[in-house]
Design a protein around this ligand. Structure first.
Ligand SMILES: [Zn+2]
Length: 187
C-alpha cells in the first residue's frame, strides 16, 4: 500500500475509531465502522448490543440499517467497509453475501473473526468471488479501546463473593495459626 492510499484509508479508519469511541462512552464494546462509497461515508455504526439487549446489533449491522433507509441493498457492491475490529463470523457472512467491495479493519478478532482471525469467510472458494480484506490499520488504537472497555467493566462489576471470603481468610490467618481452634471461633 503506497503512502497516498494509506493516508486515504487511514482517514476513514479514523472515522470508524470515532464511532468506537462513542460506543465506549455509552458502555458498549468499542467497535465502530463506516461504509464508504466514492470517497463519501454513506453509513456509520457503533456496537449497540448492550443498550438493545440484541446480540446482532454489531457496528456493521447498525450502519447497514441506516444505509438501507435511503438506498437499495445493491449499493453495498460499490462500498468499502472500514471497521476497527475484524468483522465477526456473522458480519463477515453478511458482508460477503451482499458483495461489499473490500473490508479494511484495525485489529484481528481472535475469538470470532470471520475474515482470517478464526474463519476465512471472505475467501472461502465455495461462494462467488472472494472479498478482499486488509487488516492492521490503526491496530493499536483499536486494541487500546477494547482494553479501556474491559478495565471500565471490571471496575463497575460488583466484587465477587468468593474474593471477599478469600480476603477474610487471609486476615484471620495469623490467629488461626497460633491460637487454639476454639479461640479462633470466638473471634
Ligand atoms: Zn459482527
Amino acid at each position: 500500500m503506497d503512502a497516498e492510499s494509506r493516508a486515504y484509508h487511514e482517514a476513514f479508519m479514523r472515522e470508524a475509531i470515532a464511532m468506537a469511541e462513542l460506543a465506549l462512552k455509552s458502555d458498549e464494546t468499542p467497535v465502530g465502522c463506516v461504509f464508504v462509497r466514492d470517497g463519501n461515508i454513506i453509513g456509520r455504526g457503533g456496537n449497540e448490543t448492550n443498550r438493545t439487549l440484541n446480540g446482532t446489533r454489531h457496528a456493521e449491522f447498525v450502519a447497514l440499517a441506516s444505509i438501507l433507509q435511503s438506498n437499495p441493498i445493491t449499493i453495498l457492491e460499490e462500498t468499502d467497509l472500514y471497521v476497527t475490529v475484524e468483522p465477526c463470523v456473522m458480519c463477515a457472512s453478511m458482508l460477503r453475501q451482499y458483495r461489499v467491495r473490500a473490508v479494511y479493519f484495525g485489529c484481528w478478532n481472535e475469538r470470532f473473526g470471520g475474515t482470517g482471525g478464526v474463519l476465512n469467510i471472505h475467501s472461502d472458494p465455495s461462494v462467488d468471488s472472494p472479498m478482499p480484506v486488509f487488516g492492521g490499520i490503526f491496530r493499536e488504537e483499536a486494541i487500546m479501546l477494547l482494553r479501556k472497555f474491559y478495565v471500565q467493566e471490571n471496575e463497575k462489576a460488583p466484587e465477587p463473593k468468593q474474593k471477599k471470603t478469600r480476603e477474610l481468610k487471609t486476615e484471620i490467618a495469623p490467629t488461626d495459626i497460633h491460637a487454639p481452634k476454639d479461640a479462633a471461633t470466638k473471634v
